[in-house]
Write a protein that binds this ligand. Sequence first.
Ligand code: F6R
Length: 712
Amino acid sequence: MYINIYFSGIFGYVNYLVERTRGEIVNTMLDGMQRLEYRGYDSAGIAIDGDKPNEVLLFKEVGKVAALRKLYENSDTDNKKVFNTHVGIAHTRWATHGQPSPINAHPHRSDPTNEFVVVHNGIITNYREIRALLEGKHFVFETETDTECIAKLAKYVYDLNKHRDLDFTELTKLVLMELQGAYGLLMKSVHYPNEVIATRKGSPLLIGVKTEKKLKVDFVDVEFPEFAEITVDSPMETSNGLLALPQSNGLSNGSLLVPMGDNDLRRSQSRAFVSDDGIPMQIEFFLASDPSAVVEHTKKVLYLMDDDIAHIYDGELHIHRIRREDGQPTIRSIQTLEMELNEIMKGNFDHFMQKEIFEQPDSIINTMRGRVDFEKKTVTLGGLSSYLQTIRRCRRIIMVACGTSYHSCMATRAIFEELSEIPITVELASDFLDRRSPVFRDDTCVFVSQSGETADTMLALQYCIERGALTVGIVNSVGSSISRQTNCGVHINAGPEIGVASTKAYTSQYVALVMMALSLSDDRISKQARRHSIIDGLSKISKQVEEVLALNDRIRAMAETDLINQKSLLLLGRGYQHATALEGALKIKEISYMHSEGVLAGELKHGVLALVDENLPIIVLATHDSLFPKVMSAVEQVIARSGNPILLCNKGENALSKLHKTYRTLEVPATVDCLQGLLNVIPLQLMSYWLAVKKGFDVDFPRNLAKAVTVE
Ligand code: F6R
């Protein structure tokens, strides 16, 4: 379910010794936010410096970034004012706590003078307790959000320790110690002008770095503190917690564990940003929850890890940790992004989803590139090779995923079982966790995710890691949490998928999973003939996808004339095509808002048949495989009840002529049984696309959905 889920966008821009007018700064921020639009959001806001010292201006608006731009343009803010150094933070919000409204939009503030302002993705689970305590300290909350408590808490801790001259990092550490839940956040304050804090726990955040001069080294050192206990001067009436919150990490008996030594570290420059001549480097930083907002400015990016506190000031980026943990990496590398901006643009298509459907001949090839040798009939998956023996010996393979990614597991389970002869279970991540399903050290758990950030899948991954199982990631987003936290895996290399409805990621996951099954069985002579036929099938699949895409006009017409006014649609399939039916139904409901259901054809007679009449549209996945006779018997049952099915079948299918009824067909080329779903799903993707377009819905931003579901 997608109810109450979100994936808001964060963007921040810092210029240091690089002159920028306020207009330029705001444009950079708004453009960055626009790059994040595809994630879905309902309101947007920015925080920038005002004209007076210690003045921070907030602009917040409901709707698209364009509406915020208008609001800003209609204000009398001086666009020509030049800033040599400046910090701006921005956010696109998807409502969780509180309706979409300008006041509930981020940035949130500590007080009416905007002393501390915060943008935040994620959920602070103990915000009610923090809010109640701060209200007890005369803080007046103006929104219904969880985020506001962070800004107010920062001011509270700042005021409490004013005489102690905490730097921004130290202050942040004290604030974070009180927060429970998930966050990616940026914070800016009038008390720390031209400084920004970026920190994350369970919500992605990265920092792009742009300099004229080459960076000295391509990493940033992590700075760990020494702890010292100090006495708090203005103790709370409670004796055992800074705010007396459950599990508060702050005070112990009226004294505060303050991470010390940061002041010394502050003097030590991070090696990446030291220029040879000792002159401060001109530098710009782009902070974002997603690389697509950064890539047009710089390809040099650093991904923050959970619990990192990045502190940018004086043109330097410092990364701090609250505590030193054994085995933690002591540097964060500055990587070079491979992604091109045009890869994340729509090109000549009307919608990202349409572009991505039509990209599939290429994206499938990219998934196989350098991995499948069609002549030698071998498959080499570098990310798995040293784990193959362990996987072959495991007691079972558990595939875990959500939504479309789950369907790709369903689609490939049978070929996995057949080739590997290892028991396979396929689990919806949330249900798997709800059941606290037993997992053992000799299990292999495969996590399939386009974004690599889906909360349920991530939690299932943590669950399996704790139980000592081998974990494998099948992920599209490089550098994502799942790809980093699994023992090994395969990047599906489908390229950025921007449309909320997953299309090319599905077919690439499917191919990646088939490649994994092929790799697992490449030591078995008995499977060789079958493996070779699948590899031959893969060699032709891209061309066949192109052929299926040629059905586009016919499907558009079918959507417009036969289906658009229907309330409901059934999709029937069995064997390999059960997953196709489920995936087709999900696509149709999520973007065209039409009720649709994927039904296992074998289950038809156990209840679903009651729905069948001359009106209900039914698409039957009737391509040729060993189960074809059984599928045809389902078709006959439907026809016997005056049903009027649309048959998705192979070109020139003769058996259909025996049906004593006129029927409509969508004809697709034939391939090996276990790959047929790759071709069959495409007409259904197109059908969902055209139904949504014809109904006038926002194809790339369907209601109530987000691209990456980073909360449970
Ligand atoms: C449907 C869709 C969702 C995702 C699901 C898992 O089109 O996009 O069902 O497949 O939320 O997302 P990932 O694959 O990012 O883990």
